[in-house]
Design a protein around this ligand. Structure first.
Ligand code: F6R
Length: 625
């Protein structure tokens, strides 16, 4: 995930920026860069922009070798690629045409295509593929003035940044410097974190408190729509109209480890709690003004999609479970026969593939060996391959015909949580698109589904706020069990598989998942007094059937934990513990119902003394067969 740092003061900026960027390395990135004030031969201030693909270490060595870099003001960035591949030209900072303005940015400029076209029409020349670069040119226009745009020159960096932000739709944490205003950093925030502080030797800004805690513990967390002008001796905070405001100062007493986890006790919880943001970010920019789904990295034409008559979803582990959900959606909405296969099996079978087969490869890391081998095999056999991955430029992205990037950002805990939600949201978009192209869903229906899909962000937040106690009690009830069963029907069955995997991988408690109707064909023999059965029993067309299956378990002494729909009192008659989730359409239940199962797995693991972030025997990326 991208990181921003900035410093203006009396010390050497290069060292401070590098140390801040290094502190944010844990977040993951693929390139890094800085913009530092420097002197041109005529004595005027100019900006030196130095960028590297790869580790901050490379950038550090380059800066250390440059004795001329004595700047005391600069900005820096680590980039986790979203728009545009991880290359030097796409690394931040990005500059204006005259190179006098440099910006670093976290977030997404949703209307960047329109803005870029307008700016190019007024003569601006773009040097990168990023959305961020529009900021540099917009600020330049406001600073220098532009006749075509009817803008007078402000010659005021803060005012120019404020003006630029007024054109941008999307999210930003932004820091900008200007060669004509040495020692000033202008900062803006909307839906992306920005932290600011004053230290003994100057003023600091970062997107993560961890980059500031060596300089100061008293910080201002900028709020949406607020701006800040940093100079070596002062910081001025303003609102969108430029009125000076007095922000609240927060004292941070976290150590480095706590700061990396943003105050959460572990990465797994942090990442579970990030899921509302993942839903929002994965949907940003996906619906055009005309109500059409917009997947710009699609790589396949609508004609090609219309020809698809069979879909294989290939993936491993948690990503495979996202595929089970996609099968329900693609078959339900687009009416295309869909099979879900473990990539490790698919590659050694002889699946029926024709040129009208679409293979959807799902992989968080984008480098799982089995999934990659299956992609290559499918392409040799003539299938079109569509990738769903979290990592821009990863092998899965490169070797697929088209791709959707989940916007989970770097996931650190080994067990996937937020990337699963990103995958399910992306697969839901793909299912809607296939249905729209096939004429099975109207534009109006797609628009309505899209809106409801977006609502799941709030619904996850609601679960996170309201169900902690219920989940904790359920975890206490099953922490000493030897084994547990997860059951559900339809979407509930697909969710059960993910619930069981999460529990076993982080708590080492043996767990299996079954379609609830299968219980009486064997697994019910396991049930005796107190045996935990975790049921997805939300209100759906198969609710009554699921309840009947649970009654059979209850009659044999099972301890039932039900994930149920808010308002369902009846379920309390058979369930020992109920975790409530808001009512959503069945298609979107996986996005909400998985969240309590992730939290349950984590709680049980903690009660059993397990390391939830690094379970034994597991690796985050499985690049061997
Ligand atoms: C489980 C988990 C794994 C991965 C699997 C595939 O929590 O993380 O099961 O889902 O190893 O990895 P990716 O998605 O990177 O291909």
């Amino acid at each position: 995930m991208c990181g921003i740092v900035g410093y203006t003061g009396s010390n050497k900026a290069a060292e401070i920026l590098i140390s801040g960027l290094k502190r944010m390395e844990y977040r993951g990135y693929d390139s890094a860069g800085v913009a530092l004030e420097d002197y041109a031969e005529d004595g005027a201030v100019k900006l030196d922009v130095i960028r590297r693909v790869g580790k901050v270490q490379g950038l550090e060595s380059e800066l250390a070798a440059r004795e001329d870099l004595t700047a005391t003001c600069g900005i820096g960035h680590t980039r986790w690629a979203t728009h545009g591949r991880p290359t030097v030209k796409n690394a931040h900072p990005h500059t204006s045409c005259d190179g006098k303005i440099a910006v670093v940015h976290n977030g997404i400029v949703e209307n960047f295509a329109e803005l870029r076209e307008e700016l190019e029409g007024r003569g601006h020349v773009f040097k990168s593929d990023t959305d961020t670069e529009v900021f540099a040119h917009l600020i330049e226009e406001a600073y220098e003035g532009n006749e075509v745009a009817g803008k007078p020159a402000t010659h005021d960096l803060m005012a120019a940044v404020r003006d630029a932000c007024s054109y941008v739709v999307g999210a930003y944490g932004l820091a900008a410097v200007c060669a004509d205003e040495p020692g000033t950093i202008a900062v803006a925030r909307k839906d992306n974190p920005i932290i600011i502080g004053r230290g003994e030797h100057g003023s600091y800004v970062a997107s993560d408190v961890i980059a500031l805690i060596d300089a100061t513990r008293d910080v201002v967390v900028l709020e949406d729509g607020q701006f800040a002008k940093l100079t070596p001796d002062a910081i001025e905070y303003t609102d969108a109209e430029g009125n000076v405001i007095e922000p609240e100062v927060t004292h941070v007493d976290w150590d480095v480890d706590m700061a990396e986890k943003a105050g959460y006790p572990d990465f797994m919880l942090k990442e579970i709690c990030e899921q509302p943001r993942v839903v929002r970010d994965t949907l940003v920019g996906r619906m055009s003004g005309a109500g059409e789904l917009d997947i710009d990295e699609l790589g396949l034409t609508y004609e090609e999609l219309n020809l698809v008559d069979r879909v294989y979803v290939i993936a491993c582990g948690t990503s495979f479970h996202a595929g089970l959900i996609a099968k329900n959606l693609i078959e339900g909405w687009a009416r295309i026969p869909t099979e879900v296969e473990a990539a490790s099996e698919f590659r050694y079978r002889n699946p029926i593939i024709t040129p009208s087969t679409l293979v959807v490869a799902v992989s968080q890391s984008g480098e799982t060996a089995d999934t990659l081998a299956a992609i290559r095999d499918a392409r040799i056999k003539g299938a079109k391959v569509f990738g769903i991955t979290n990592v821009v430029g990863s092998p899965v992205a490169r070797e697929s015909d088209g791709v959707i990037y989940t916007k989970a950002n770097k996931e650190i805990a080994v067990a996937s949580t937020k990337s699963f939600i990103g995958q399910v949201v992306s697969l839901t978009l793909l299912s809607m698109l296939l249905a729209q192209v096939k004429g099975k869903l109207t534009t109006g229906q797609v628009r309505m589904l899209f809106r409801e899909l977006g609502d799941t962000a709030e619904q996850i937040q609601h679960i996170l706020y309201t169900q902690q106690v219920a989940i904790h009690e359920a975890a206490l009830a099953c922490k000493d069990a030897q084994s547990a069963l997860f059951v559900g029907r339809g979407m509930g069955a697909a969710i059960s598989y993910e619930g069981a995997l999460k529990l076993k991988e982080v708590s080492y408690l043996h767990a299996e998942a079954y379609a609830a109707g299968e219980m009486k064909h064997g697994p019910i023999a396991l049930i005796d007094q107190g045996f935990p059965v975790i049921a997805i029993a939300t209100k759906s067309p198969v609710y009554d059937k699921t309840v009947s299956n649970l009654k059979e378990c209850e009659a044999r002494g099972a301890m039932i934990i039900a994930v149920a729909t808010e308002g369902d009192e009846e379920i309390k008659q058979i369930a020992d513990h109920v975790i409530y989730i808001p009512k959503v359409r069945d298609a979107f239940v996986p996005i909400t119902a998985t969240v309590p199962l992730q939290l349950l797995a984590r709680e049980v693991a903690i009660l059993r003394g397990c390391d939830v972030d690094q379970p034994r025997n597991l690796a985050k990326s499985v690049t061997v067969e």
